[in-house]
Design a protein around this ligand. Structure first.
Ligand code: ADP
Ligand code: MG
Length: 295
């Protein structure tokens, strides 16, 4: 018991040292290829952490191809369209999806004039940073590949998650994104999620290849965050536009999010030190921050 607590304190201290200069509660989810599961992952991670009493804001930043509302079968009353086109305040377009899970639905552009200006995108990132003070965690579900906006969104995020599937071409694209970001900013310590794994070796082998390339060619490193199995439940829930249905929440693969949720929880713990809890039930949240996250 004491050993477990000690281990956690040591882990937190080393994490604190590693990221002392840039600890914040913003988490960017990116990928090389499209369709690797960023949105599914972002939504499920947000759901799990919010149900563990973390106050989470999930933002659909896949500009022009937003789809969180689709996966949740929501008809957003407000979205980033209102922010860009009608100058709504960011806080006024938040949907309180659940007590601890707030969502900002994305922008969908149907003509070239809908595409936001660079200055508006920069303002959006600043507004997100201000809004993040009200949450334990802000998750940015970004588009595939690298745009200037994605690079800037990654730059303001202390937690950088990259999703890939184990296929070689997808891993190569993930490597290209990591390389481009590291040329733009600095060693980023990307956390890698291997999604749609057919078995354990599938995910482990592909991660090992990516890790070797990053350390060999970029002299940097990546961390393994999770391996998620190919899941019929996920596919079906997406088809039914009901991603958070009970069958998904209780299915076996949900446990695979344990590692990811625990790791992210450590960051939340760090940013929460000396701060009042933001979740709906602060008493429970306080207990959680003192213990390991058990899902
Ligand atoms: P992205 O946001 O990266 O474009 P999505 O999250 O929209 O990708 O996922 C793309 C599709 O992949 C979804 O329609 C979903 O059906 C499928 N998918 C994602 N993760 C899994 C998984 N672990 N098992 C099976 N299908 C998955
Ligand atoms: Mg997506």
């Amino acid at each position: 018991m004491i050993t477990g607590q000690l281990k956690r304190i040591i882990e937190l201290q080393s994490l604190q040292q590693e990221s002392a200069a840039e600890t914040n509660n913003i988490c960017a989810v990116v990928s090389g290829k499209g369709g690797t599961g960023k949105t599914v992952f972002s939504v499920l991670l947000s759901d799990i952490l919010s149900r563990k009493n973390r106050k989470v804001l999930l933002i659909d930043l896949d500009l022009n191809l937003a789809n969180i509302h689709f996966l949740l079968n929501e008809n957003p009353h407000k979205s980033l369209n209102d922010y860009f086109a009608h100058h709504e305040e960011l806080q006024n377009i938040i949907k309180n999806y659940a007590e601890n899970l707030h969502i900002i639905y994305g922008l969908n552009s149907y003509s070239i004039s809908d595409i936001p200006f660079k200055s508006s995108l920069e303002k959006l990132l600043k507004d997100i940073q201000s809004l993040s003070e009200k949450y334990d965690l802000v998750i940015l579900d970004l588009g595939a590949g690298l745009s200037e906006f994605t690079l800037k969104a990654l730059k303001i995020s202390a937690i950088k998650i990259i999703l890939t599937v184990p296929e070689a071409t997808s891993v190569m694209d993930a490597y290209a994104v990591i390389k481009m970001f590291e040329n733009y900013d600095k060693p980023a310590n990307f956390h890698v999620v291997m999604n749609r794994c057919l078995d354990k070796t599938d995910g482990n082998d592909s991660f090992a290849k990516l890790s070797r390339a990053v350390s060999g060619f970029l002299k940097s490193s990546v961390k393994f965050l999770a391996a998620i199995s190919e899941s019929k439940d996920i596919r079906q829930s997406v088809a039914e536009q009901d991603l958070l249905k009970d069958e998904v929440r209780t299915s076996k693969f949900t446990n695979e999010f344990l590692m990811a949720a625990e790791e992210i929880d450590k960051f939340i713990h760090l940013t929460n030190i000396n701060q009042p809890s933001k979740s709906a039930s602060s008493r429970t949240a306080k207990n959680i921050s003192k213990s390991t996250l058990i899902l």
